[in-house]
Write a protein that binds this ligand. Structure first.
Ligand code: ADP
Length: 473
């Protein structure tokens, strides 16, 4: 698994949830196992000690009845008859010297070491001692004072305890590993399933942001749970937003439309007055200003209506086979004066032939807006390069400037109607130019993109099909 995938997984809520669940599950299972292990081993140890205690009493009774010989006979008979392992028996005189010893074969290591054990005062400390023998098994020894003051030690290998506990330890790994793995995989699958509605909400929100299409909705499963409620509420919120935005756009378009007629009439009246009565006292100038301002407002209103029309898919295009490079030369000539005033060098890098079937008037508007922006947002002494290229069945136009650039977070928004960049407010403009550019390019079946770095410049890329393409709805 690549580190990229792990990083992506770690950032998903479902994965983190599952990791928590698996950790808690593993810790609880280990704790449960630990408690069980301690309880079982303590229970077995207690049982061993009880058996040993009972045996010791029997040996003491045999000693009491028949002395050392009686005890010896008893041991022989009981060792021969018992199916389980023989007991370790030792009788020590008051000087701690052994006077009788019966040692099972696997106790040799302990028996040769009795000097060391003999120094332990068993009666006054704990009555049981466990001696690990090669760490293979444990021994339990109990001791008691006999009637004549001698000491009786009785010991037993705890091998049955070990026999019971060893598989328990082995089972832990054999059972826990698949359980934890199964828990993790099962948890991952259910978390992935449970998070599906959330992923759908994220995908819908992302598609609305990326495409600007307001009609995307989250699929509703009608499962009546919280996530279903969330999806339904999210859809209702989108419905309301869409209705609001569409309503606002329509009102704005209507206002623009309604303003155009009285403004045109106003302009006509001023023009008639100017022509009919060349008045004195600055009235001529006032009327000329009036006409100029009316023209400006009319252009704005017209741009607004053009964008609305193109966005609604109703823009009428009068297409003809057009030389794109020649169209650019015209536009650049038009802006030559403005560029020279700002000492901006406009470089042309054209390939011929570069024909496309477009509406030349509309395309001129696109190029003029791009060049106008490039000159407007590039400081004095800068450079603007216009490139045209034909690539397969497309014409690609690039307008690159050495200007102020566009911050990454604004690059998606500059195409929206009335959007103006934070740093552009000192310049003239209404925020309609690029929305018109995109609308016209899309009406031609093309694409408009931008690549930009703040303080380094921007590059606007327009791709238009060179042949006839159906206008997308
Ligand atoms: P405006 O009337 O503000 O120029 P546009 O729609 O043409 O409106 O552009 C929208 C915004 O995009 C501008 O306000 C500006 O912030 C940014 N912009 C457009 N072209 C450029 C460019 N060549 N360099 C830097 N910023 C640009």
């Amino acid at each position: 698994m690549s580190s990229n995938l792990i990083n992506r997984l770690r950032r998903t809520f479902g994965f983190r949830l599952n990791l928590w669940y698996a950790s808690i599950f593993t810790i609880s299972a280990c704790l449960l196992y630990g408690v069980l292990y301690v309880l079982i081993s303590a229970g077995i140890a207690r049982q061993d000690e009880d058996i040993l205690e009972a045996q010791k009493k029997e040996y003491a009774a045999a000693y009491e009845a028949g002395g050392l010989r009686g005890l010896q006979d008893y041991i022989r008979v009981s060792d021969a008859s018992k199916k389980e392992e023989p007991y370790f028996v030792r009788v020590l005189d008051p000087n701690l010297h052994p006077v009788l010893e019966s040692v099972p074969p696997d106790w040799i290591a302990f028996a040769t070491n009795h000097q060391q054990l003999g120094s332990v005062n068993i009666q006054t400390t704990t009555p049981y001692i466990r001696i690990p023998k090669n760490a293979r098994t444990d021994f339990t020894i109990t001791s008691d004072k006999l009637v004549d003051g001698r000491q009786l030690w009785v010991g037993r290998a705890a091998s049955n305890r070990e026999t019971l506990l060893r598989p328990f330890r082995h089972i832990f790994f054999a059972v826990m590993t698949p359980i934890v793995l199964l828990g993790f995989i099962g948890g991952a699958l259910s978390a992935h399933r449970a998070m599906k509605p959330v992923r759908e909400i994220v995908a819908t929100a992302r598609s609305i942001i990326d495409t600007g299409k307001l009609d995307a909705r989250v699929p509703v499963r009608h499962s009546d749970d919280e996530l279903d409620d969330l999806a339904q509420l999210f859809n209702r919120m989108l419905d309301q937003n869409q209705a609001l935005i569409v309503g606002m756009r329509e009102s704005l378009d209507n206002v623009a439309h309604d303003l155009r007629t009285p403004l045109t009439r106003l302009r006509g009246t001023a023009e008639t007055a100017l022509r009919a009565h060349p008045a004195a006292d600055g009235a001529t100038e006032a009327l000329a200003d009036c006409i100029e301002e009316s023209d400006r407002v009319l252009t704005i209103l017209q741009t607004f209506l053009d964008v609305a029309e193109a966005e609604a898919g109703a823009m009428k295009l009068t297409r003809s086979q057009t030389n794109i490079s020649a169209l650019w030369t015209e536009v650049i000539e038009l802006y030559q004066y403005v560029a020279e005033e700002k000492k901006i060098f406009v470089m042309q890098d054209f390939t011929e032939p570069c024909d496309a079937c477009v509406d030349p008037t509309r395309m001129r508007q696109v190029f003029a807006n791009l060049l106008d922006n490039a000159i407007k947002y590039t400081p004095e002494g800068g450079q603007v390069t216009v490139t045209t290229r034909k690539q397969n069945s497309e014409v690609i136009v690039r307008v690159r400037d050495t200007g102020m650039g566009i911050p990454a977070e604004e690059q998606d928004k500059i195409w929206d109607r009335l959007y103006r960049g934070d740093k552009s407010r000192s310049q003239r403009g209404l925020g309609l130019g690029l929305s018109l550019v995109r609308a016209i390019v899309q009406a031609h079946g093309g694409r408009a993109q931008v690549i930009s770095q703040p303080a380094q410049g921007s590059e606007f890329i327009i791709t238009i099909p060179s042949g006839l393409t159906a206008t997308p709805a």
